[in-house]
Design a binder for this molecule. Structure first.
Ligand code: MSP
Length: 637
């Protein structure tokens, strides 16, 4: 194998539940990385898959009245179709029941046994079936799993153990040498302190369970599901038989996942690799959780966002095709979240992102430029050159910054750079006044402008293509320019005289949108009635219009934001519990209603000198803002 390579993985999923936006997020992130790397002509291996040898599966199969094998064969199709419908182009969907995986796992066990890293012993302790995790007595007051909150079970059986304890120093040395191998930094620190607290050997077999990969030299045991699952990352490279591809692709360039499974990936997995004498992955990138109503999504809480429903609703509401709606959700997930932090899904955020970024910014740019091309050139691309030196510089800078940010998985910022460029193009239309150029008979300048804008749209389409592949291909083919490769990011690749096909309104605006759990499905709330007050009491309140000048999340708090609010000539600090509903930077410059004469109080040690007004229900929270423009400090009565 030749040339540069990039190997990216997602966790392999437990397929006993339905996929939701959290699973989609990791998998689309990997797809974005894979498409981006392919744009830059790297050989990519992108894998995802299913973790099937777990007790969860046995239980779910029983419930469905099926044999485990029949059950997983049925379920896995759902997951594959799900990813396919979101335009995920993985190279391999590995199943832990696949023959080559079973062979790879058994090879690892034999090798580690021969080198003395696996030994037999007695395991007594607590186990959580849902997380497939062994817990120490000290971890579980009340016999409740600290990860999922479900009951744990006592296990006492003869097991095989892996000598994890032998790798404490080697792991600490590795992480000291490669501090960037776990990102974000906070996760790196978490892992290092986990290792410093000491490592115990771990049980890696179960004798009371039949479903799973048999131990190669003791068939009474099956291999512990996590030990088996982690090895999928080797299986897909051809390990241990196809040495060429294995040596080419291994080590993985990045393992993606969320924070719940870092102990397995950053402690146990590298120790297994060290024991095998294999290089460690270049990076584990840990992203945050998608939350709804401030909580991690889970089936039991009934707050799961079903991406299929989002697509269906969006397509119904706007009339765009489902494949374009898929692009919109893919874009939203990465424009909205900072990769590494938690993110909140609300209809309001989804709608405003769509209306601002797509209907307004990108959609408008395309429709204005295409309309001018239609009107003056009968849809033919005019022979032009770059409109201005500024535009040339701006294109070059956009591409350089985009590459740098994408290389570091800073998707949100990469998209911000692209959108800043889109808006620059929109501004260029206003400042260059094309209709006046025509009136003044400056035809060549006008041609240069239209050609440059069409070129800019083509370049934007390539840059957003990892996120919005359908959109990118539609735009490129309308321009007669199909390639998504990096070399086509250069200005001037668009051929003259091609007749463009008009795209109509690419992103019609959304007026209403409803994709969260319907209110009817939520628990009924008892209306709280308050006692009547007279007007004097109400008039004691000094309600004013305030202008938010600064907003920052309060460190260590999931809910609180610290706001600096201007109320007339005064500036005051207000601590508000709105972090799960607004992104701080979006609050700046908003006008709100402030209770100005509330006695100061301390929240989490930070002084709050007032309160803001907001309305909330089960679907979310909205700030009360003035309907017309009005000065800060104005009295509300
Ligand atoms: N089977 C194990 C992984 C084995 S990998 C060798 C497992 N499976 S899982 O189905 O529970 O998937 C967990 C992964 O799904 C997370 O690490 C994350 O990538 C993704 N997500 C599941 N819920 C999520 C959110 N609410 N938000 C973001 N991603 C989350 O653990």
């Amino acid at each position: 194998m030749k040339g540069s390579k990039f190997y990216v993985t997602t966790p392999i999923y437990y397929i006993s539940g339905d996929p939701h936006i959290g699973h989609l997020y990791t998998t689309v992130a990997a797809d974005i990385i894979a498409r981006y790397k392919k744009m830059r002509t790297t050989n990519v291996l992108f894998t995802t898959g299913s973790d099937e040898n777990s007790l969860k599966i046995v239980k779910a199969a029983q419930k469905a009245g099926k044999e485990p094998r029949e059950y997983v064969d049925d379920e896995v199709e759902k997951w594959k179709n799900f990813f396919k419908s979101f335009n995920v182009q993985y190279d391999r969907f590995v199943r832990t029941t696949d023959e080559d995986h079973i062979k790879a796992v058994q090879h690892v066990i034999k090798t580690l046994h021969q080198s003395g890293y696996i030994y037999k012993g007695k395991y007594e302790g607590w186990y959580c079936v849902d997380c497939e995790t062994f817990w120490l007595e000290s971890d579980i007051p009340n016999q409740i799993c600290p990860s999922c909150g479900r009951e744990v079970h006592w296990i006492s059986e003869d097991n095989y153990f892996f000598k994890l304890s032998a790798f404490q120093k080697a792991l600490l040395d590795h992480y000291e040498a490669y501090p960037k191998s776990i990102e974000p930094e906070s996760r790196f620190n978490e892992v290092v302190s986990m290792i410093k607290m000491g490592l115990n050997d771990i049980s890696i077999s179960r004798s009371s369970v039949q479903w799973g990969i048999p131990f190669p030299f003791d068939e009474k045991h099956v291999i512990y599901v996590w030990f088996d699952a982690l090895i999928n990352y080797l299986t897909v490279t051809g390990y241990p038989n196809e040495l060429d591809t294995f040596m080419y692709y291994w080590p993985a360039n990045v393992h993606l996942m969320s924070k719940d499974i870092i102990r397995f990936h950053c402690v146990i997995w590298p120790a297994m690799l060290l024991a095998l004498g294999l290089p460690l992955p270049e990076k584990v990138y840990v992203h945050g959780w998608w939350l709804t109503s401030g909580e991690k999504m889970s089936k039991s809480k009934g707050n799961v966002i079903d991406p299929n429903l989002v697509i269906e609703d969006l397509s119904k509401e706007t009339g765009i095709s489902t494949s374009l709606a898929v692009d919109v959700l893919r874009l939203f997930m990465f424009r909205e979240s900072t990769f590494g932090d938690d993110a909140i899904f609300t209809d309001a955020r989804f709608t405003s992102r769509y209306n601002f970024d797509l209907a307004n910014d990108l959609g408008n740019l395309i429709s204005r430029v295409y309309a001018m091309t239609h009107k003056t050139f009968n849809d033919e691309i005019p022979a032009g050159t770059i409109f201005s030196e500024n535009l040339r510089i701006s294109i070059l800078e956009t591409i350089t910054q985009y590459f740098d940010l994408m290389d570091h998985f800073r998707f949100k910022e990469a998209l911000e750079i692209v959108w800043a460029f889109i808006n620059e193009c929109n501004k260029l239309i206003e400042t260059s006044k094309p209709w006046e150029l025509l009136k003044q008979n400056q035809l060549q300048l006008y041609k240069n402008l239209i050609y440059s804008l069409l070129e800019s749209i083509r370049i934007v389409a390539i840059l957003v293509s990892p996120f919005m592949p359908t959109f990118a291909n539609t735009v490129l083919s309308s321009l007669g320019a199909r390639s998504l490769k990096e070399e086509n990011l250069a200005f001037g690749k668009l051929g003259f005289n091609h007749v463009i096909s008009q795209l109509g309104v690419t992103f019609p605006r959304i007026k209403t949108f409803q994709s969260e759990v319907p209110v009817s499905k939520k628990k009924e709330k008892v209306e709280e009635k308050k006692e009547m007050v007279d007007i004097d009491l109400f008039q004691k309140l000094d309600l004013r219009i305030g202008l938010i000048e600064k907003a920052e999340k309060l460190e260590g708090s999931e809910k609180l934001v610290v706001l600096q609010v201007r109320v007339g000539s005064e500036s005051k600090q207000i601590v508000a519990g709105i972090a799960q509903h607004y992104i701080p930077e979006d609050l700046v410059n908003k006008k709100i209603v402030v209770v100005n004469n509330l006695k100061p109080a301390k929240l989490r040690g930070v002084e709050s000198q007032g309160m803001l007004l907001a309305a909330s229900n089960e679907l979310g929270l909205t700030l009360i803002t003035p309907e017309k423009e009005i000065d800060s400090g104005s009295v509300v009565k």
